[in-house]
Write a protein that binds this ligand. Structure first.
Ligand code: ADP
Ligand code: MG
Length: 400
């Protein structure tokens, strides 16, 4: 049997009209005689009654609940949306089986809140498919081998979808969301962002790691291991969206020649910490951060200066730790990291000049910058983020 996995994100299942649009995709796949596995996220976004963030906000302080119990609560949003969507499909005469992550055979480690999938036993799904049922799997969740419910962390439903796709040997994993596909920048920030027809796993991974949250990088990495094609598509359209596959096919299909910059990504809400002066001990600084679970980014170490970023939510803690160690950091809160991402930027002359020039024209100061063979990052003031992303998008002609 040819199998397709369809993942519907939170906004895609948020209203009856949208669920009708989702159902049209299920029906279209059934018409093409696919075995259909549906993965759903919790309904809506923060503030909506059954969204995961809303469920968490019903709890008191983080330390008043065990991580194990918290995961039980966090997994409820997907349980609700699966049953709601399942009953809607049934009302259309489609045979449906709703399965929890555990019932779907998703076994994880016991790192509650951020569990990793260890193995998948897809027999139950397979049996249901063989009976002609559409199988709806609650996204974002699994269970330990002891049977404790776990959740998979941010982007968890994307991970459920591609992991099931691999386990079932699916032909495609379709990620349905509220944008037309993978765009050259977040369309909420850049109004003339353009959809990419095709993109490599590597390119989308790089964009996703730099903040393009349209698909979670972990989900892409899972798909990449088996060359499982992903399509990122708009729920309310029959358009095929963006195809994510291997290198080698990209240029011909998109018609974009010499595409060396794929897109511009951004991450907001970070703070820059700078230590100046006589040789701060880098080992002690980063050791302290690691000890307290503060993840650091954008590290720049020079003989007389150390600079790095942390998430705004970690800033107070980080500053306290540094002060305890007798250091006196300069702190720039509410910065944003904007990134020019492209597999082809390595060694292309003049890229940095173009970036600096585009930002200077808008009077945007670069607080720090760094580069790798696929990405150039600039740290800017948070209230200049949108302007910076737009300026870079324009400077590299991405709207054309
Ligand atoms: P879902 O609930 O469907 O998982 P997400 O909010 O996780 O949806 O992801 C979709 C969002 O990703 C879009 O609404 C868009 O604002 C954002 N986004 C960020 N960067 C990009 C990009 N390069 N291309 C497309 N969407 C992007
Ligand atoms: Mg998402």
């Amino acid at each position: 049997m040819r199998v397709i996995v369809q993942k519907f994100g939170g906004t895609s299942v948020a209203s009856p009209e949208l669920r009708a649009a989702c159902a049209r995709h299920v029906q279209a796949a059934l018409d093409e005689e696919y075995g259909v596995v549906v993965v759903v996220s919790a309904m809506g976004r923060k503030g909506d009654p059954y969204a995961t963030d809303t469920l968490i906000s019903t709890l008191g302080p983080a330390d008043a609940v065990s991580k194990r119990d918290r995961d039980i609560l966090m997994s409820c949003g997907e349980a609700i949306s699966s049953v709601v969507f399942g009953s809607y499909l049934r009302s259309l005469g489609i045979d449906v089986s709703v399965l929890s992550g555990q019932q779907a055979g998703i076994v994880t480690n016991d790192q509650f809140g951020e569990a990793r999938i260890l193995e998948i036993h897809p027999q139950r799904i397979q049996e249901e498919l063989n009976q002609g049922h559409v199988v709806i799997v609650m996204g974002f969740q699994g269970a330990t081998s002891e049977g404790d419910v776990t959740t998979l962390g941010r982007g968890g439903s994307d991970t459920t979808a591609t992991a099931l796709g691999v386990a079932l040997g699916a032909e495609y994993v379709d990620i349905f969301t509220d944008v037309d596909g993978i765009m050259t920048a977040d369309p909420r920030v850049v109004s003339d962002a353009r959809r990419l027809g095709q993109i490599t796993y590597q390119e989308i991974c790089n964009l996703a790691y730099q903040g393009a949250k349209v698909i979670h990088p972990r989900a892409v990495e899972i798909a990449m291991q088996r060359n499982l094609p992903i399509r990122v598509r708009h729920t309310e359209s029959m358009d095929p969206g963006t195809l994510v596959t291997n290198a080698g096919q990209t240029f011909e299909v998109t018609g974009v020649n010499d595409r060396f910059v794929t897109g511009i990504a951004h991450t907001a809400h970070v703070s820059q910490l700078v230590l100046n002066g006589p040789m701060p001990d880098a080992r002690a600084v980063f050791g302290k951060m690691a000890e307290y679970g503060i993840s650091v980014d954008f590290i720049s170490v020079a003989p007389d200066r150390i600079a790095y970023t942390v998430k705004d939510t970690d800033t107070d803690k980080a500053v306290m730790l540094l002060q305890e160690a007798g250091l006196n950091p300069e702190v720039h809160r509410d910065c944003a990291k904007v990134s020019v991402v492209g597999a082809g930027i390595a060694g292309v002359p003049g890229i940095m000049a173009r970036i600096v020039d585009a930002l200077a024209r808008e009077e945007i100061a670069v607080l720090q910058s760094a580069d790798s063979h696929t990405t150039i990052w600039c740290l800017v003031d948070g209230n200049k983020m949108q302007k910076a992303v737009q300026a870079l998008h324009h400077a590299f002609g991405l709207a054309e």
